[in-house]
Design a binder for this molecule. Sequence first.
Ligand SMILES: NC(=O)c1ccc[n+]([C@@H]2O[C@H](COP(=O)([O-])OP(=O)(O)OC[C@H]3O[C@@H](n4cnc5c(N)ncnc54)[C@H](OP(=O)(O)O)[C@@H]3O)[C@@H](O)[C@H]2O)c1
Length: 345
Amino acid sequence: MLESPARNPLPKTMRVIEVARPGPPEVLRLGEAPVPRPGPGEVLLRVSAAGVNHADLMQRAGNYPPPPGASPILGLEAAGRIAAIGVIEPGAPAARWRVGDRVCALLSGGGYAEYCVAPAGQCLSIPDGLSASEAASIPEAILTVWANLFEPRRLHSGSIFLVQGGSSGIGAMAIQMARQFGARVAATAGTEEKCRFVLDLGAEKAINYHEDWPAELASWSKPHGIDVILDIIGGDYLSRHLELLAPQGTVVNIATLGGRHATIDLVTVMRKRLLITGSTLRSRPIAEKAALAAAAEQDLWPLFAAKRMRATVFKTFPLADAAAAHQMLESSQHMGKLVLTVEDK
Ligand SMILES: NC(=O)c1ccc[n+]([C@@H]2O[C@H](COP(=O)([O-])OP(=O)(O)OC[C@H]3O[C@@H](n4cnc5c(N)ncnc54)[C@H](OP(=O)(O)O)[C@@H]3O)[C@@H](O)[C@H]2O)c1
């Protein structure tokens, strides 16, 4: 059974971005596909905007296949209006949604299209004051940071926190969230302009990673050291992170842009009782993602409404120009997020 407005029947087909074959941004092209139908516990979104993520680049290149059952279409987050609702158990938290509601959603795929299906529990209301493009830019970053720092209660008021890649989509959100929870934040970035951007987001210290960032951070955080590091680089950054960590500090790896293998001094880990951990959001069960979404919505949405946090959309591109968006993300000219606009609402 499907709830959808009878006077506004769903079309059979929609525009989507297709990956012609694994390869560079130019393999992205506009195509047509059937409009998906929401299954039990799912909603169908009429997409207004879709966030562009680093993972999309890897999937396009053939290095990050979608998990079993996920849409093969790119796109891990979107915002739009609910166009249809699948069967949802009465009383389930997701039973709050109605056709026509404006939401943003964390997806397992499918955002680069006019319509996409989302688990109802992974939909969030759009924070007051945010446009559809801004709302489409926040679920993936917010829920990744929430899952790695706040749900496990790793960051506290007064914690000393380092985020590598502070001007990335993830980094820009991590800086703001950590500041709102009272942490002292340092962030790295690759240019002076990007360093100014992370300071503007609330970082206390910005360091150009082309310079001697371990020495700068050791000096900034002494004598205590750094309590928590959110790292997207991995590789040989890990041994330097272990040196920088305070006793009982934690390094959380969420990507391996600098390599997936590392050599470390285990005695440093033992002596300081360190924790090395990490996670991936996309592979987590729907129920876990729904719980993250509910917690983040409760604690963070008032901060957007109060303008204490903001979306950081650097540039929007029409859906048909997805290749240009990928070129920009790949060349790292951006600060914050890139977004595809599908339909203005
Ligand atoms: N595990 C998970 O659940 C999860 C979820 C979401 C995202 N991620 C991962 O998190 C990463 C960031 O995602 P995103 O979409 O926000 O990507 P993004 O905007 O493309 O960011 C990539 C960032 O890496 C920075 N960087 C490159 N080389 C660096 C270095 N040597 N030292 C420090 N920073 C460096 C870049 O800085 P410059 O521009 O200044 O060069 C840029 O800010 C991606 O690898 C993504 O796959 C993981």
